[in-house]
Design a protein around this ligand. Structure first.
Ligand SMILES: N[C@@H](CCC[C@H](N)C(=O)O)C(=O)O
Length: 300
């Protein structure tokens, strides 16, 4: 008699069109190889996504050796976002991913409160689920501090640009381009990977391009438009950590260490609040489908 295995369940979701395959694997039963991640994220031969979020207990990941130690602010019982880029590489943090992960935890009944901690390799991230239903949620993530690490230059979209290196748990180079209009930004060709200065980004970096800040009314201090080329993926329609890095760099550029910025990306809009100690990312999450992988998916 053949051995039967449980089907591999998945959910598909996105945060401002930065899309993810969500794999519920609470006890870490799954061997999550690079090949499996790449195949699942492939838009022709798989489900298609910018990244993959394994949903597992932090303690189970530690016992399985996926984590060598629990990151700061993470406990064994916390739900942990084991994040992979579409090329299979591991990233420390994913801001849109945390919003979608929190929405999934709430909608799947894994947590029963609207405020809880999501584990990430960059540390525990407190989330506030403002509203949710099975397909849609609004979530704020405490992203930790956005640390400015000095200036660097890149070659991107045929231009040599200088920006701020920003650490949001993962590395970024955020470039505010003088005089750039939203229409100019939309017209840039971001198909080629940016060239980064040798030695300054040993782990690589995500690169953001932004329009200069515009004054805003109401709850916002400023608005801006942003596009991003993500490490391990390519251009995506949004990047939560990149939005925080972009806001921090743009505020720094106008001599401010704090402020609230509404940022539009190709996939939607979010609100970023920066203080010297903490950054917050508020935006939507959508869960769009669930299903089972067909046995032998990888073998084909
Ligand atoms: N899309 C994410 C960032 C994902 C990780 C990034 N590509 C990296 O390698 O650092 C976000 O929403 O923050």
């Amino acid at each position: 008699m053949g051995v039967t295995t449980a089907p591999m369940r998945f959910v598909k979701g996105h945060g401002t069109q930065n899309d993810f395959v969500i794999l519920p694997d609470p006890d870490v039963a799954l061997a999550l190889s690079d090949d499996l991640v790449v195949a699942l994220c492939d838009r022709q031969r798989g489900l298609g996504a910018d990244g993959l979020l394994r949903v597992a207990r932090a303690g189970a990941l530690r016992r399985a050796g996926v984590l060598t130690a629990l990151p700061d602010g993470v406990s064994d019982d916390d739900w942990f976002m084991d994040y992979r880029n579409a090329d299979g590489s591991i990233a420390e943090m994913c801001g849109n991913g945390v919003r979608v992960f929190a929405h999934y935890c709430r909608a799947a009944g894994l947590v029963e409160t609207d405020r809880f901690v999501v584990g990430s390799r960059a540390g525990g991230r407190a989330v506030q689920v403002h509203s949710w239903e099975p397909s849609a949620a609004e979530v704020t993530v405490e992203m930790g501090p956005a640390r400015l690490d000095g200036q660097a230059t890149t070659l991107i979209a045929g231009r040599k640009l200088t920006g701020e290196a920003v650490d949001v748990g993962n590395p970024h180079l955020a470039c505010v381009v003088d005089g750039l209009t939203p229409a100019d930004l939309a017209a840039l060709d971001l198909t080629q990977a940016p060239v980064l200065p040798a030695g300054q980004f040993p782990r690589g970096a995500n690169v953001e391009l932004l329009t200069p800040l515009q004054d805003a009314d109401g709850d916002l201090d400023f608005t801006a438009h942003l596009r991003v080329f993500e490490r391990g993926v390519g251009e995506t329609r949004s990047c939560g950590t990149g939005l925080v890095a972009g806001a921090a760099a743009a505020l720094h550029g106008v001599g401010r260490g704090e402020g609230t910025v509404g940022i539009t990306v190709p996939g939607g809009a979010v609100i970023v609040t920066i203080t010297p100690e903490q950054a917050w990312l508020r935006g939507p999450s959508r869960l769009v489908a669930r299903g089972d992988l067909i046995d032998g998916f990888l073998g084909g």
